[in-house]
Design a protein around this ligand. Sequence first.
Ligand SMILES: Nc1ncnc2c1ncn2[C@@H]1O[C@H](COP(=O)(O)OP(=O)(O)OP(=O)(O)O)[C@@H](O)[C@H]1O
Ligand SMILES: [Mg+2]
Length: 407
Amino acid sequence: MTQSNQIDDDELFDTGDIYANRELVTVGYVPDENRIVGRQEEMRKVGQALGPGVEGGPPKNLIIYGKTGAGKSLVAKHVAQRAERRARDNGIHFVTCYVDCSNADTETRVAREMAFSIRDELSPSMEIPMNGIGAAEYYRYLWSLLDDQDVFVVILDEVDKLQEDDVLMQLSRAQESGKTDAHVGVLSVSNKIEYRDRLNKRIDSSLQDREHVFDPYDADELRSILNNRQDAFKDGVLEDGVIELTAALSAQEHGDARKAIDILQEAGELAVQENATTITETHVRAAKERAEINRFKELISGTTTHVKYTLRALALLTQDTRTDDTTAAEDWFRTNEIYAFYRDIVEHEGHNPLKKDSVYRILDEQSFLGITESRHTGGGKGQGSYLEHTLLTDPGIVLEAVADIQD
Ligand SMILES: Nc1ncnc2c1ncn2[C@@H]1O[C@H](COP(=O)(O)OP(=O)(O)OP(=O)(O)O)[C@@H](O)[C@H]1O
Ligand SMILES: [Mg+2]
């Protein structure tokens, strides 16, 4: 045997010994048909909208609403794919295309995406300019590509990110206005229920949209989704109770399937870092906490150092007063109290504290952002009323998130 202080490939690229099919829990993995759990009613709604198209008739437009991680994009893509397959079996010329409006947020970009996507599918050798032309030209390419097609279905995901609604007008009136003979159907997807009010009346009536709301998943449904991916890990790696706990923790936060899968993935990473051979409930709790810290960090990432010092002061005060039997609702602190603590912290770090007014404004701002809550209290006869503040996030999370304040 040769002695070497080189790291061999196995060790260098070691991903831990717990995974059998890691891909199943990675972000961006698109589950195939047999990994989709439940959501039958939702699939049926989308199926009903696309049904006429499968027979060569005009599909109905549908808007899907629901909170983030509710399976909207997944169900829309899945059912559209199946509709295309079924229609083609019926001898119908049916094409679909998927546009993510958070990337393509103007009419020109959406029109270009549609033209490129259909070109790639039907006529890959056709030349379409990448830039230098406007929406009208891209539509012309699109309509000409659709010449021999019976049905065109487009999924506009994250449709509320569109800066202008003209695309919806164009699509809904394409056939009526003689631009194309194909029947056009639009599946719009949004996680903002308020979006509907934004669509103006004219578009509203011309789209004749139906809508369907996806409810958040409950703990049972999340458990089934996770159970159906547990073969990401080798047998015996997931300790009893791990899936149940992950599902329960995610159900508490509006039943987001993406978050549930992320927590399981992160718990796996933590286990690998510790060279553990199993994933335990402790890993899951730590993964959830890490996710919360990251989210909180992101929330305050653009703020000044003094916002962070103020939050640190409030979090320390909260932590100090909290005993096992106090609830968050009792942890209210007056502006003065927070300011005094803030000033001590800042001076201790060798900086100049802001004036009380400014810290008051910071607290006001944080309450507007939903990080803290403020209320007026006191104000008995002859007394002034004063403002109190409470932290809405666990102080441990906040303290971790503001642990290293960079000046
Ligand atoms: N019923 C399900 N079965 C299996 N996996 C699911 C199911 N629902 C959601 N998922 C998974 O959860 C993640 C989030 O789902 P999806 O992207 O469809 O959510 P969404 O409702 O579109 O959320 P957003 O509004 O944030 O875009 C995806 O990785 C998806 O694969
Ligand atoms: Mg989505």
